[in-house]
Design a binder for this molecule. Sequence first.
Ligand code: SF4
Length: 352
Amino acid sequence: MKPVLIKNFSAPELESWVQGLGERPFRARQIYRNLYVRNVSSWGECTDLSRSFRNQLEYGSILDALAIARVDEAGDGTRKYLFRLNDGNHIESVLIPDPPRYTICISSQAGCALGCRFCLTGGLGFKRNLDTAEIVDQVCQVQRDAGPHRITNLVFMGMGEPLANYDAVLRAIRIITDPNGLAFSHRRVTLSTVGIIPNLRRLGAESPVNLAISLHAPDDTLRRELMPVSSAYPLPELMHACREYPLPPRKRITFEYILLDGVNDDKRQARELVRLLHGVRAKVNLIPFNAHAGSEFRTPSEEKVLAFQEVLQKAQLTAIIRKSRGDDISAACGQLAAIANNAPCTASLRDD
Ligand code: SF4
């Protein structure tokens, strides 16, 4: 029998699986606790399970869905993890320390099919969707590496479009936010999407995690040029879905806007952005583009970034300039590429 990826199971599914092995249901709760509270890396560590049952688990299941292939640390302490998947594909995750906040940026796909022009991951093309276990295990393994520093915040902002892998991502969110699982508060989990509208609506109905929209242009013509997905999900429809999104009280949608020199960073475009966001409970993260080798775009001057922010602030919009983290190891926004020697993430994304 093919071994199962055990972190693919929800708690009830684990219980059924364990019963199928002839064990009592409480064994499933013990396993779940070992996986997510104790975060064990081998069945041998699960001394609350009998030796014979541990042997059964050893042969019948795969505990770690990923293997760390490489870790790079930037001068600012940001750590980028290159993970090898069981089929030889690679993905990346990033840990951004900003004590007492430790934010992990995780991937939902190996590569990405959406081809945003400013994004290194987009340039790789699409390899495949990640399983739930491969999503959850990024958190488990990075937490092991982070030692006593408890990861406090989680963003789906690494490689891939999470709403294009909806079912696996939602299952992962349930394990990540399960009080008996990884026990993150929904308030500390953010899903960032380009706006796959049908799945955006599903997410609003099925999970109260924070929502971030990768916007990057104030009009549909420019957005289609930068982000081909906008042809399928035009900006007016996306904004309509955002206005209807069932936000909890006092919550806002974060709109991410990568500032590209001479492309979308003009004051006129800032005024258009203000008009676009009218009537949406919104805040804006302004992210000066991280130039990387071979990119067709440039980083705007600080003066232009501040002028853009000023227009938004004068219109009473919260607009925060996000400092770049980890760019000396290509761990900054738009730089995750999962090439074996060198993996987009908005550093220090805050959900407050
Ligand atoms: S920005 Fe996100 S959706 Fe666009 S290509 Fe990159 S990973 Fe895919």
